[in-house]
Design a protein around this ligand. Structure first.
Ligand code: SF4
Length: 249
């Protein structure tokens, strides 16, 4: 079987807290977030086509040094079959498995969970589930797939995660981007969506120096750490049970 794989980090201690993991980056994404810095992973480029058996060899080669494999992207869940094949292999050789997703493919997440293949899921919630701001933050609408349908899929993924929050570690991630998703009321709407899920929520700082898909965003300033801490405080005031991490320098 073939898969679009844009890159592999053999050993990481930062991508999955508490684990030494290998990170496999699937290429191809159904979103076009203006602040995306993984721009070379957005498209399904022919140069990224790999045999899954070769990826398995890479995992095996590193298995003595890692305790987990993390599937990232792009959007790994777009390539459901290849993702399942590699997750099954990783589990079979005794490694933990995690997936990072934008939440647009609930069926893939459900398959991974139903087969008992994942220990960790990190899901981006890039904007409140309202069409105008979600469209602006993700640019995911196409002629074939309207924003309301993408939002419905994300809500379904979130429901699936909530139903399984007692057996998998869940992280929700939101990037705070000035001019797009930064207002207190928008962050509170996201908080309301996740308040009943057993998870940690990472509020991440927009970092233009890492690169942006939309060149206009390059000149936009990062929100300060204090700005993010104030958002956190406001969320905790409304939803004291939330566990919020600030990711900012
Ligand atoms: S930031 Fe957006 S466009 Fe970039 S890989 Fe993630 S979901 Fe896709």
């Amino acid at each position: 079987m073939q898969a679009y794989i844009g890159g592999i980090v053999p050993l990481s201690t930062v991508d999955w807290p508490g684990n030494v993991c290998m990170v496999i980056f699937f290429s191809g994404c159904d979103y076009r977030c203006p602040y995306c810095h993984n721009t070379d992973l957005i498209d399904f480029g022919d140069e990224h086509i790999k045999e899954t058996k070769d990826i398995k060899k890479e995992i095996m080669k590193n298995s003595g040094f890692i305790d987990a494999v993390l599937f990232s992207g792009g959007e790994a869940c777009l390539q459901r079959q290849a993702l399942l094949v590699l997750a099954r292999f990783s589990k079979k050789i005794g490694l933990k498995v995690g997936v990072e997703t934008n939440g647009s493919r609930p069926y893939s997440v459900k398959s991974l969970i139903n087969e008992g293949l994942i220990d960790f899921a990190a899901m981006d919630i890039k904007a409140p589930f309202e069409e105008e701001i979600f469209r602006k933050a993700t640019k995911s609408e196409t002629f074939f797939r309207k924003t309301k349908d993408v939002i419905a899929d994300m809500k379904q993924t979130l429901r699936i995660l909530k139903e399984n929050d007692d057996r998998i570690e869940i992280e929700i991630r939101t990037t705070v981007v000035p001019g797009i998703v930064f207002r207190k009321e928008d962050i509170l709407k996201i908080a309301a969506e996740i308040k009943d899920i057993e998870c940690r929520w990472s509020l991440q700082q927009f970092r233009p120096e890492k690169g942006t898909l939309d060149p206009e965003l390059k000149a936009r300033a990062s929100p300060s750490k204090k700005f993010l801490e104030d958002l956190k405080e406001e969320c905790i005031k409304h939803y004291p049970n939330l566990r919020i991490d600030i990711k900012a320098s």
